[in-house]
Design a protein around this ligand. Structure first.
Ligand code: AMP
Ligand code: MG
Length: 323
């Protein structure tokens, strides 16, 4: 009998509920997405209240869709109050229905769903989302971090810049669109070893906008500069690990320009690029369900007393038993 895992995602703006079976068939995939009012960022209390209102109806629908054998949830990293909501619901469901519980590391879920959906086997991973930006590769039994942002994540940089330009959240797609009609302006380029930094570039863009530079030119130059930095570090990780695949995942993986730039770099190196399908690029419950399922099959169980949230949980703290 094929087992089905329920995945609950609630690290930040998205409360996602997914059902997936052992063969990778997605049986249910719904989410509610918190969008702050124009000009504002995400206030954790507001996000929590929004998720708390929507959670029950999504969970109910999932239970009406299929039998469920395993409960998986995002255990971290993320906004503590949002994480706690998901974890509490997961614990409750596990107790009520007497089902095993699996706490999932959110970045690993982005990686595992992308591997499932693309068929990538052993890639260097460019994980670029609203809350994280890291270059990761599996060596031994750990997803190791080869490079990462020293300050804000790339998706957050897009969102902060977009807000300064008077655009709605999420800012990434709007900046990408504006960039189509932009011209080059010199911006700071900040790669330090394998790490990179975006906040100074955002500040510079904000200054230029106040001085009267065009939104389109700022968007174009910001995108080109930040992506060049990410690609430089990814290329070094490829050279170092001697892997032959690059996988791009996380919400910013929806950006076509990033994918094109990666293609060019990988073609030069004889490596293959895989990018997560748009539908699974942003946070979703299915990725938590899939990761929970493969973890469960490798023997991982999360005891109730170990199921509390890990708000700063890093990807390299997880013992990878399932590959
Ligand atoms: P995640 O945190 O993985 O759910 O991804 C959300 C982030 O992805 C937000 O910061 C968005 O602004 C960003 N994003 C979504 N689409 C795009 C895009 N086309 N270009 C750049 N960033 C994007
Ligand atoms: Mg995410």
């Amino acid at each position: 009998m094929t087992r089905v895992c329920l995945g609950i995602e609630s690290t930040a703006h998205t409360f996602g509920v997914g059902l997936i079976d052992e063969k990778g068939n997605v049986l249910f995939d719904e989410k509610s997405f918190y969008q702050p009012p124009l000009g504002q960022g995400m206030l954790p209390r507001k996000v929590f209240e929004y998720h708390a209102e929507n959670a029950a109806s999504l969970i109910k629908k999932a239970f009406e869709t299929s039998k469920i054998d395993i409960i998986a949830f995002s255990q971290g990293p993320g906004l503590p109050n949002c994480l706690s909501l998901g974890a509490t619901i997961a614990r409750y469901l596990s107790l009520k229905h007497n089902l095993p519980l699996v706490g999932v590391n959110h970045p690993i879920a982005h990686i595992e769903i992308a591997k499932l959906m693309t068929g990538a086997k052993d890639p260097v991973i460019l994980y670029c989302s609203g809350g994280n930006t890291q270059i990761i590769a599996l060596t031994g039994n750990r997803y190791r971090i080869f490079g990462e942002t020293l300050d804000i994540p790339i998706g957050n940089a897009f969102d902060v810049l977009a807000r300064s330009l008077g655009l709605e959240m999420p800012g990434g797609p709007k900046i990408e669109k504006l960039a189509e009609n932009g011209n080059w302006i010199d911006l700071p380029y900040v790669v330090k070893g394998m790490d990179f930094s975006f906040s100074g570039i955002v500040t510079e863009c904000q200054k230029l906008y106040k001085k009267g530079f065009k939104k389109e030119d700022i968007a174009y130059s910001f995108q080109e500069t930040c992506f060049s930095m990410l690609i430089e570090a990814t290329e070094r990780a490829l050279a170092h690990t001697e892997k032959e695949e690059v996988l791009v995942t996380g919400g910013v993986a929806a950006n076509q320009r990033l994918k094109n730039m990666l293609e060019v770099m990988c073609k030069d190196r004889g490596a293959k690029v895989f990018s997560v399908p748009m539908k699974y690029a942003g946070d979703n419950g299915v990725m938590i369900g899939w990761t929970g399922l493969i973890m469960y099959k490798s023997g991982v169980r999360t005891k109730l007393e170990e199921s509390f949230i890990l708000k700063d949980w890093r990807v390299d703290e997880v013992d990878v038993k399932w590959t």
